[in-house]
Design a binder for this molecule. Structure first.
Ligand code: GDP
Length: 212
């Protein structure tokens, strides 16, 4: 099932993301993680899934998450503070599944990600982005497993919905949900988005606002 919100919830989302997002820090090693003193939500997905575009679209700050990065290049957990009251932090997790990344780097990064997810008690939610043109792929399933192991509640977000038609989208939504149906920590609702068209942004903002 996709998600619907009341006008009031949508308005709360818009208020929260009032255009004042800023970069706080990049974390390359677990020791650098800041104290968890506000609601934190993380965004994960394969390289090129549209994660930077989604974060830019949500916050309304163009270029906040460098939109055209070399796939797989970003190797830090990037922290962004949102809103004027420091109530929310978005964490941009490094894109995974980049075929050209060296095995050694991948291993090292998986350790950091696992350490982050397991150790971040109180992480409110992880959003796992799925490209509408590819659907759920093996590296995504590895991410679901990591999140289930760490008991982090996670929700799937389909990106680039403008790339497929309505009928395909309904099918993809059902297929995507089937992948997480039996997964312990997965939320059984997906968000449908297109950062390019601004579609689904208000709903995702409302979802995040509901966590505060
Ligand atoms: P990241 O590597 O996950 O951060 O992905 P980017 O945000 O850099 O996007 C990867 C590519 O997908 C870029 O060429 C974007 O222009 C494109 N893209 C991102 N979001 C959308 C979208 O909603 N619709 C379409 N059609 N393309 C998108």
């Amino acid at each position: 099932m996709s998600v619907s919100f009341t006008e009031e919830q949508l308005a709360a989302g818009r208020r929260l993301f009032n255009g004042s997002a800023r970069f706080r820090l990049g974390v390359a090693q677990l020791e650098q993680l800041p104290e968890l003193d506000r609601v934190e939500v993380a965004f994960a997905g394969r390289s090129n899934v549209g994660k930077s575009s989604l974060i830019n679209g949500l916050t309304g700050v163009n270029g906040l998450a460098r939109a055209s990065n070399t796939p797989g290049r970003t190797r830090e957990l990037n922290y962004f503070d949102v809103g004027s009251e420091d109530a929310l932090t978005l964490v941009d997790m490094p894109g995974y599944g980049y075929a050209k990344a060296a095995k050694k780097d991948v291993k090292q990064w998986q350790q950091v990600l696992k350490g982050y997810l397991r150790g971040r008690v109180g992480l409110s939610r992880a959003f796992v982005l799925i490209d509408s043109r590819h659907g759920v792929m093996t590296p995504d399933i590895e991410m679901f497993e990591m999140l289930d192991d760490a008991a982090v509640p996670y929700q799937l977000v389909i990106t680039k919905c403008d790339k497929i038609n309505r009928h395909e989208l309904a099918e993809l939504e059902a297929e995507t949900l089937a992948h997480v149906k039996k997964r312990a920590a997965a939320i059984q609702q997906v968000h449908l988005t297109s950062a390019e068209r601004g579609f689904g942004m208000d709903e995702l903002r409302a979802e995040v606002a509901s966590l505060i």
